[in-house]
Design a protein around this ligand. Structure first.
Ligand code: NAD
Length: 309
C-alpha cells in the first residue's frame, strides 16, 4: 500500500454512523483526503461538517481510493457492497487492482473470511480490523484495533489505524481480528452477568454493594465488568450505572456480539456453555427494553426477577 502511495492517498469511508463518523473525522485531522458515503443524510451531514467530502454513492466514494474502509452494522452489508447485489457490480469490480479493503465492522469470522476471499480473488487486498473502545474511543482516537491480515498489509495499514486508535494488535491472518473480538466480547458478556448476579446475591445476603466491590475489586473476582463498568452506582463514578444505565455499550450491541460468538461456537463445535447462555440472556434483555440501555443494566433484570431480600 505504501508503495502505491496510500499514506497520502485517498481513503473511501463507507458507513459514517456513531463509530464511522468520528473515525473518519480523525483521518481528516491526520491529513488524509477522505471521501465518505452513508445513505442516512444526518450521518453524511455530520461527517461533512468534520471535513469529510461526501459522495453520492459508495461507488463514487471508492473511485480512485487506495483504501476502502467499511464501518457497517452487519457482515451481509459488507459482502453486498463488495460483490454487488441486484445485478449491480459491487466495489471489488470497479476498484483499481491492489486496493486495500479494510473492514472495521464487527461481523462474523466466516463472513470476514468470505470477504477476504472475494477481495483477493478480485486482485485486491483485505484486512479485518474490528474495534473496541466505543464511541468515546472513536472520538478520542483511542480505539483498540484487532487486525487480521498478512504481514505486508498489516504494516501498510498501521499508519492509518494509528490515526484512529492507540492499540493496534496483529491477531493473525484473515478473520483473526474478528475471532479476537468475538472471544473478548464473550468474556465481557459472561463476566458482566456473573458480576451482576454476585451483587444481587450479596444484597440478598445483607452485604452492602460498596463492601462487595471493595473486596472483589482487590481479590480474584476482579475484572473490567466490575472495576470499570461496575453495574451498581457508587463504587465507580464513571460507570453507566450512575446515569441510569445510559450507554456506554448498549444491550443491542452486546446481544449482537454474543450472537456472533454463538455462531462461532456452533461452527467450530466448541463445548461452550456460558457463551450460549449469555447470548440468550442478552437477547431477552435487549428485547425487553435493554437494547438502548447500557449492557450493565442486566443487573436490574436480575434484581427484578429475584424474590425480595
Ligand atoms: P451505526 O448504525 O451508527 O452506523 C452504521 C452506518 O452505516 C449507518 O449510518 C448506516 O446508514 C450506514 N450504512 C448502511 N449501509 C450502508 C452502505 N451500503 N454504504 C454506506 N453506509 C451504509 O453503527 P455503529 O454504532 O457506528 O457501529 C458500526 C460497527 O461498529 C458495527 O459493526 C458495530 O457492531 C461496531 N462497534 C460499535 C461500537 C459502538 O459502541 N457503537 C463499539 C465497537 C464496535
Amino acid at each position: 500500500m505504501t508503495d502505491q502511495g496510500t499514506s497520502t492517498g485517498r481513503i473511501a469511508f463507507l458507513g459514517l454512523g456513531h463509530m464511522g463518523g468520528p473515525m473518519a473525522a480523525n483521518l481528516v485531522k491526520g491529513g488524509h483526503e477522505v471521501v465518505g458515503f452513508d445513505p442516512f443524510p444526518a450521518a453524511a451531514d455530520a461527517a461533512r461538517a468534520h471535513g469529510v467530502e461526501v459522495a453520492g454513492s459508495a461507488e463514487e466514494a471508492a473511485a480512485g481510493a487506495s483504501v476502502v474502509l467499511t464501518m457497517l452494522q452487519a457482515g451481509q452489508q459488507v459482502l453486498d457492497l463488495y460483490r454487488g447485489k441486484d445485478g449491480q457490480p459491487g466495489l471489488l469490480a470497479g476498484a483499481a487492482p491492489g486496493t486495500l479493503f479494510l473492514d472495521c465492522s464487527t461481523i462474523n469470522v466466516v463472513e470476514a473470511r468470505e470477504a477476504a476471499t472475494a477481495a483477493t480473488d478480485a486482485g485486491h487486498r483485505f484486512v479485518d480490523a474490528p474495534v473496541s473502545g466505543g464511541v468515546v474511543g472513536a472520538e478520542a482516537a483511542t480505539l483498540t484495533f484487532m487486525v487480521g491480515g498478512d504481514d505486508a498489509d498489516f504494516a501498510a495499514i498501521h499508519p492509518v489505524l494509528e490515526l484512529m486508535g492507540k492499540r493496534i494488535v496483529h491477531c493473525g491472518g484473515h478473520g483473526a481480528g474478528q475471532a479476537a473480538k468475538v472471544c473478548n466480547n464473550m468474556i465481557l458478556g459472561v463476566s458482566m452477568i456473573a458480576v451482576s448476579e454476585a451483587f444481587v446475591l450479596g444484597e440478598h445476603l445483607g452485604l452492602k454493594d460498596e463492601v462487595l466491590f471493595d473486596v472483589a475489586a482487590h481479590a480474584s473476582g476482579q475484572c473490567w465488568a466490575l472495576t470499570t463498568n461496575c453495574p451498581v452506582p457508587g463504587p465507580v463514578p464513571t460507570s453507566p450505572a450512575n446515569r441510569d444505565y445510559q450507554p456506554g455499550f448498549s444491550g443491542a450491541l452486546m446481544a449482537k456480539d454474543l450472537k456472533l460468538a454463538l455462531q462461532a461456537i456452533e461452527s467450530t463445535g466448541v463445548a461452550a456453555q456460558m457463551g450460549p447462555l449469555a447470548s440468550r440472556i442478552y437477547d431477552e434483555f435487549a428485547a425487553a427494553g435493554g437494547a438502548v440501555r447500557d449492557f450493565s443494566g442486566i443487573i436490574t433484570d436480575i434484581r427484578d426477577r429475584s424474590s425480595h431480600p
